[in-house]
Design a protein around this ligand. Structure first.
Ligand SMILES: Cc1cc2nc3c(=O)[nH]c(=O)nc-3n(C[C@H](O)[C@H](O)[C@H](O)COP(=O)(O)OP(=O)(O)OC[C@H]3O[C@@H](n4cnc5c(N)ncnc54)[C@H](O)[C@@H]3O)c2cc1C
Length: 357
């Protein structure tokens, strides 16, 4: 995949050398028994994700930003669909509702699908957020209403006393603290190191374009497994996203390559017009074992880590917030956090054998 110049998986080769230890751990985590155990831990998070988000949105009075439209994974060949059998079965064994359907049955569900789609998988219970920015603003407004405060500053370090960090050092000043929650996404690694833990964290950059108007009426979010493109109907148009680009977090974006990939989306959706779209690059914080880092620093009791959510940071945000607030107030967490502890090996070796493998 890395050698194919048109593939969605790419790296900057000079950067790759420094990332080799991450990839070595990733290779270890791909052993079958570890994949199954990792899937269990991810399923535990997913099982509580919807309820935690609904609670948060209900409390902020904004429930309308999540829609229940399901999700379709499309394949342009029967062989491609057959090749995904293991992943499909792995989800089915964990109770994910899904149906494997032929191209015509999928087009009945979603008439915007092109005749190039030979088959796919329909996940009726998947939900999507139609405007993540508006949702974040609504939750923040609720936080302010309850007395929360927001200070925007660039954290560079900590003043650490005998019991852990007591001041946060930032660009415009320093701030007293009783408790630190490090939740700086892909930027967390150097700060985590200062707080007592060397985390295997890489930046997996993704690109998206927003198409307004899209030129087509797509109702159900799609993932094209052949082209590695997610296509989501949003409040303002259609959002297409792609790419796993392992690169420095501040490397200049390379918009050409994703644009070529996005153009292939017209094979999947009829009448799609990708011209005149706006583009964006974002940094996914990714661990080699595909599990987030949620837990207490092994060195300091007053330091909590909450990052490393990879491709599912929006999906897992609310349940992570709930778990962190439970840790902060010494309440038993909703799920066992051992799988996500910061001082693990990041190869999956710390996990118990799967219950469903
Ligand atoms: C193209 C693309 C598509 C995606 N699609 C989905 C999807 O469909 N569903 C899903 O669940 N997830 C999706 N994701 C993944 C999701 O966006 C991430 O997992 C999520 O943003 C991670 O959240 P976070 O809060 O940990 O980090 P971020 O969202 O990156 O937030 C980290 C914050 O910390 C701040 N920060 C960093 N360093 C410092 C510092 N030193 N001092 C102060 N502040 C600092 C940053 O400015 C930023 O505001 C997608 C990602 C991309 C790139």
């Amino acid at each position: 995949m890395l050698l194919d110049p048109a593939h969605a998986l790419t790296t900057h080769w000079t950067y790759m050398l420094g990332a080799l230890p991450w990839f070595a751990r990733f290779a270890l985590a791909t052993q079958h028994h570890r994949v199954e155990a990792i899937a269990d831990a991810r399923a535990d998070m997913l099982a509580h994700a919807s309820e935690a988000l609904d609670t948060l949105l209900r409390e902020s009075g904004h429930t309308a930003m999540i829609e229940n439209r399901g999700l379709i994974h499309t394949f342009q060949s029967k062989a491609g669909l057959a090749g995904a059998a293991y992943a499909i079965e792995m989800r089915r064994r964990r109770g994910v509702r899904l149906e494997v359907l032929g191209g015509d049955a999928l087009r009945e569900l979603e008439p915007a699908l092109s005749t190039a789609v030979a088959g796919g998988v329909w996940y009726p219970n998947v939900r999507n957020c139609v405007n993540p920015q508006r949702m974040t603003e609504a939750i923040a407004a609720d936080f302010f209403e309850r007395g929360g405060d927001l200070v925007t500053d660039n954290v560079t370090g900590f003043d650490i006393g005998a019991d852990g960090p007591r001041r946060i050092i930032a660009g415009r000043g320093s701030y007293d603290c009783d408790l630190v929650v490090l939740a700086a996404g892909a930027w967390s690694k150097p700060l985590a190191k200062q707080l007592g833990c060397d985390i295997a964290l890489e930046t997996e950059r993704g690109y998206h374009i927003m198409i307004t108007p899209p030129g087509t009426e797509l109702r159900i979010p799609l993932v094209s497994n052949d082209q590695h493109i997610a296509i989501s109907p949003m409040e303002h148009g259609l959002r297409l996203s792609t790419m796993s680009e392992f690169a420095a977090i501040d490397a200049p974006p390379r918009h050409d390559r994703p644009l070529h990939i996005f153009e292939k989306a017209i094979n999947v959706v009829r009448g799609l017009n990708v011209a005149g779209s706006s583009s964006w690059v974002g940094a996914r914080p990714s661990t080699p074992d595909s599990l987030p880092v949620i837990g207490r620093s092994p060195r300091f009791r007053n330091t909590l880590f909450a990052f490393g959510h990879g491709h599912l940071g929006l999906t897992w945000a609310a349940i992570t917030g709930q778990l962190i607030s439970q840790l902060a107030s010494s309440v038993a967490p909703t799920i066992d956090l051992d799988a996500f502890r910061p001082d693990r090996t990041y190869t999956g070796s710390h996990l118990a054998p799967s219950r469903r493998g």
